[in-house]
Design a protein. Sequence first.
Length: 118
Amino acid sequence: QVQLVESGGGLVQAGGSLRLSCAASGSIFRSNVMGWYRQAPGKQRELVATISSGGNTNYADSVKGRFTISRDNAKNTVSLQMNSLKPEDTAVYYCNWRSMVVMTDVYWGQGTQVTVSS
């Protein structure tokens, strides 16, 4: 079992910045991928960005150049720096952890609301 605790959501004006953080605890395999997904009202959950334990990153086209994902393997944390926020970034953001060895080991955080006003 892996527990994920998120922090850092909130309300910001368009063009502003927010930083999301997620801390993982529990039975954490060394080879894993951590990331962020988001779900806006009436829409499906979508990938925002992921980063592997080796440092490989992947971003949704909609956030490239504006969001930066990073992680601290020693602390089992992942962060998402969000700059130049747009109203369409408004969503509940979910932290995700998955094993690269046991593909069924996938865990989600409780979600944190990000609201960008125009």
